[in-house]
Design a protein around this ligand. Structure first.
Ligand code: C2E
Ligand code: MG
Ligand code: MG
Ligand code: MG
Length: 285
C-alpha cells in the first residue's frame, strides 16, 4: 500500500514536473523568438539622492512584452535565460538599449543621469563582457561615467579570479560598479577590500521593515558605516513609504529607490516623472 501511495505520489510529481518542463521549454523557445522579434523592453526605476531629493539615476529592469501573456516580469524568465545561456545575447541587448536611452535622455536635457544595468554571472563567464560594454558605449556615445553595472554577491563567489579580472577591465573603462542585493549573499566582507566597486545597494529585505524592526535597522546602519569608511556610496532599495525615506536620511544613506517614489515604468513614463520631480524635489519634514 505504501508502495502504491508512493507510486501515485511519484506519478503526481512526474506529471507536475512535465508541466513545469513544458513551461520552461515554451519560455526557452519563446525567449529566442522574443529576442529576434524585439519583444523585450526596459522599464526604469528612479534613484533618488537623499541629500537633495532629486533623481540621480535610473535602474533599467527588463520586461518581456509577450504577444499573448502581456507584460512578463524577469522573475519568470531570467533564470531560464541564464540556464540556457540566452542571457548573454539578452544581456547584450539590455546594455545597448540602456546606453541608447541614456544618451537620448541626456540630449533631451535629463543631464547627469546614471543608468544602472543588471548583469548576470553568465555574462562574466560566457560572454565577452568587456567587449560588449565597449561596443555599447561606442555605438551610443554614452558617457562611461554615467553607466553603472550591478552585480550580485553570487557573481563574486563564483570564479573569483576571473570576475576580479573582468571587473578590473570594466573599471578601466571608467564605468561604475555596484553590488546589488548587498547583505543577502554568502561572500565575506573581505572582498570589499579587493574589489574596486563604487556603491553598495542595500537589499530591500533589510529596508522595507526598517521602521518597525530594530534588527533590520542595525544591519542597515552597519552597512552604511562600513561603506562610509571604505568610501563607498550606499543606496537603499525597497523604499515603500516616507517613514523609511526619513529614517534612511537620518542614518546617512546616500541614495534610495522604491515604490514610494515610483514603480518602474517605460521610458516615456520615467521621463514624465523625472520632469515633474526635478522641479519639485521631495521636501522632508
Ligand atoms: P533587482 O536588480 O534587485 O531589482 C529590484 C527589483 O525590486 C525590481 O523587480 C523592482 O521592481 C523591485 N522593487 C523596486 N522597488 C521596490 C519596492 O519598494 N518594494 C518592493 N517590494 N520591490 C521593489 P523586477 O523588475 O521584477 O526585477 C527583479 C530582478 O530581476 C532584479 O532585481 C534583477 O536581479 C533581475 N533583472 C531585472 N532586469 C534584469 C536584466 O536586464 N538583466 C539581468 N541579468 N537581471 C535582471
Ligand atoms: Mg538591480
Ligand atoms: Mg536588488
Ligand atoms: Mg529582486
Amino acid at each position: 500500500r505504501a508502495k502504491d501511495a508512493g507510486r501515485n505520489t511519484y506519478r503526481f510529481f512526474d506529471e507536475q514536473m512535465n508541466v513545469e518542463a513544458m513551461d520552461q521549454l515554451l519560455i526557452r523557445s519563446g525567449l529566442r523568438r522574443a529576442l529576434e522579434r524585439g519583444e523585450f523592453e526596459l522599464h526604469y526605476e528612479p534613484q533618488i539622492s537623499l541629500a537633495t531629493g532629486k533623481i540621480v539615476g535610473a535602474e533599467a529592469l527588463i520586461r518581456w512584452r509577450h504577444p499573448e501573456q502581456g507584460l512578463v516580469h524577469p522573475a519568470k524568465f531570467i533564470h531560464i535565460a541564464e540556464e540556457s545561456g540566452l542571457i548573454v545575447p539578452i544581456g547584450e541587448w539590455v546594455l545597448k538599449e540602456a546606453c541608447r536611452q541614456g544618451v537620448e535622455w541626456a540630449e533631451q536635457g535629463l543631464e547627469g543621469l546614471t543608468i544602472a544595468v543588471n548583469l548576470s554571472v553568465m555574462q562574466f563567464r560566457r560572454g565577452d563582457l568587456e567587449k560588449t560594454v565597449i561596443q555599447a558605449l561606442d555605438e551610443s556615445g554614452m558617457d562611461p561615467r554615467l553607466l553603472e553595472l550591478e552585480l550580485t554577491e553570487s557573481v563574486l563567489i563564483q570564479d573569483v579570479e576571473n570576475v576580479l579580472g573582468s571587473m578590473h577591465e570594466l573599471k578601466a573603462l571608467d564605468v561604475k560598479l555596484s553590488i546589488d542585493d548587498f547583505g543577502t549573499g554568502y561572500s565575506s566582507l573581505s572582498y570589499l577590500k579587493r574589489l574596486d566597486v563604487d556603491k553598495l545597494k542595500i537589499d530591500k529585505s533589510f529596508v522595507c521593515d526598517l521602521v518597525r524592526d530594530a534588527d533590520d535597522r542595525a544591519i542597515v546602519n552597519a552597512i552604511i558605516q562600513i561603506a562610509r569608511s571604505l568610501n563607498l556610496t550606499t543606496l537603499a532599495e525597497g523604499v515603500e513609504d516616507v517613514k523609511i525615506y526619513a529614517a534612511l536620511k537620518e542614518m546617512g544613506c546616500d541614495e534610495c529607490q522604491g515604490f514610494y517614489f515610483s514603480r518602474p515604468g517605460n521610458a516615456k513614463n520615467f521621463k514624465a516623472y523625472y520632469l515633474d520631480r526635478q522641479d519639485n524635489p521631495l521636501k522632508m519634514m
